[in-house]
Ligand binder design. Structure first.
Ligand code: FCB
Length: 444
């Protein structure tokens, strides 16, 4: 390690997962179905025709997994709660057995001195609420507020940080805009209205949690990117500006400025969302942290067919361009535009077609491309911090190979390999590298 990649001693090192992607136990102990359970019932929705019924079986193996997390030497674990596990219909009765699971998980983490960073909503809406209109129904935002308040009441003193949403851009645009994700709707106008209800639910959730005596830091996690024009042409530059307004500013401006960005509003025209008078006041309230998920940049080409991104540093198994310098570019841009709270990088990592080499306990899983990816992004992140961006933690996506949404199990993001036949977990080389990296940070 040299001086330039020496992170502060109190920097939070972590790993991340989400409920539907790892838990399994999809109907265990009174859990209700979520929209992802339903979405997987149509096998055409998932590339390998799989589902989340077992996933990594974390619901039954959480103790072993907590041990693995601790063995990495991380400070914190970011995971999400399955709303339908603790409130099967998304409204009405709570499911004590569901809360018990998270209670036990929190105990396991605390016993190992690993801080819990919880996400309330990582895309798995209770199907009961979907049946009543889902996120298109404004009432769902109020139901989310009830859920957030109840979780904060029960667990608010045992959790370091609670995020309301993970990547509402995806919930709105992939769930309602192009039908790639649950609930599988393709309707631009609905997607925009849904994004407003998600933001409203964030505000209502914040209020409900603030009303509880929680010591957790409260915030939201957004997926973000810079938008780069492919050429210097007016068309490409206009496209990039609009892309940034519709994806990044669309969520940031309401939270930090109390309004939607003009450029995007104009572009939405008649599809602009219905906003009640009091909504912006609810959405625009202080948050204690901003979670940023960074994987790639947006490459904007108005040409037909569009010019492909140069991908000089290659692409991942998802086909995503590897572009670490986009991370500091993004963070510095955000710092220039908003009065930011401390930032956590809540997700960053890559899919790679990893396979074990050797047998049994001697097996290893070489994944040099992932090590290079993470190392390059950490260097890039540090350069943003050196330029004054207040970043307080980094969470590698993901702890385990898991159910990668509409890609099923075909894409492996874990630093720990999962054999889905046997549920055997094997540390990949990147897990060992990350453990050594963190240890070196602590001892330097
Ligand atoms: C993010 C999601 C996460 C995972 C990674 C690869 O968009 O938040 O669940 O799928 O991408």
């Amino acid at each position: 390690m040299n001086k330039t990649n020496k992170f502060p001693q109190d920097f939070t090192w972590g790993v991340a997962t989400s409920a539907f992607q790892i838990e399994g136990g999809s109907a265990a102990d009174g859990k209700g179905p979520s929209i992802w359970d339903t979405f997987c019932l149509n096998p055409n929705n998932i590339k390998d025709r799989s589902d989340g019924i077992v996933a990594c079986d974390h619901y039954h193996r959480y103790r072993e997994d907590a041990g693995l997390i601790a063995s990495l030497g991380v400070d914190a674990y970011r995971f999400s709660m399955a709303w339908a596990r603790v409130q099967p219909q998304g409204k009405g009765a709570w499911n004590e057995a569901g809360f018990d699971f998270y209670d036990r998980l929190l105990d396991e983490l605390a016993a190992r001195d690993v801080k819990a960073h919880l996400t309330l909503y990582h895309w798995d809406l209770p199907q009961g609420l979907q049946d009543g209109g889902g996120w298109l129904n404004r009432d769902t935002a109020h139901r989310f507020g009830d859920y957030a308040g109840e979780v904060a009441r029960r667990f608010g003193k045992r959790i370091a940080a609670i995020a309301t949403h993970n990547e509402p851009w995806c919930t709105a645009n992939l769930g309602y805009g192009n039908a790639q994700f649950a609930p599988g709707v393709a309707d631009a106008k609905q997607a925009i209205q849904v994004s407003h209800h998600l933001l409203l639910s964030h505000g209502l959730g914040m209020q409900a949690m603030r009303a509880q005596a929680t010591s957790a830091k409260l915030g939201i996690v957004l997926n973000q990117w810079t938008a780069d024009p492919a050429t210097d042409s007016d068309a490409d530059r206009a496209m990039a500006e609009l892309e940034y307004a519709r994806s990044v500013q669309w969520f940031m401006d309401p939270i930090f400025k109390g309004r939607y960005p003009e450029l995007a509003l104009r572009a939405h025209g008649a599809d602009a969302p219905v906003v009640h008078d009091s909504d912006m006041g609810i959405i625009h309230q202080p948050i204690d942290f901003l979670g940023v998920n960074y994987y790639f940049r947006a490459w904007c080409s108005a040409a037909v067919p569009p010019l492909p991104a140069p991908a000089l540093q290659g692409t991942t198994d998802m086909g995503w361009e590897i572009y670490p310098q986009g991370l500091p570019e993004l963070l510095l841009k955000l710092k220039g535009e908003y009065a930011l709270p401390p930032i956590y990088i809540t997700e960053n990592g890559m899919a790679n077609p990893d396979a074990p080499v050797g047998e049994g306990d001697a097996a290893t899983v070489p994944d040099a491309p992932r090590i290079a990816y993470v190392a390059a992004h950490l260097d890039a992140l540090k350069s943003a911090m050196d330029q004054g961006v207040d970043v307080q933690g980094y969470f590698l996506w993901s702890l385990l190979d898991n159910f990668e949404w509409n890609s099923g199990y075909a894409k492996r993001f874990g630093i720990i390999h999962v054999d889905y036949e046997t549920q055997k977990r094997t540390l990949k080389d990147s897990a060992i590298w990350y453990r050594n990296y963190i240890e070196a940070q602590r001892n330097s």
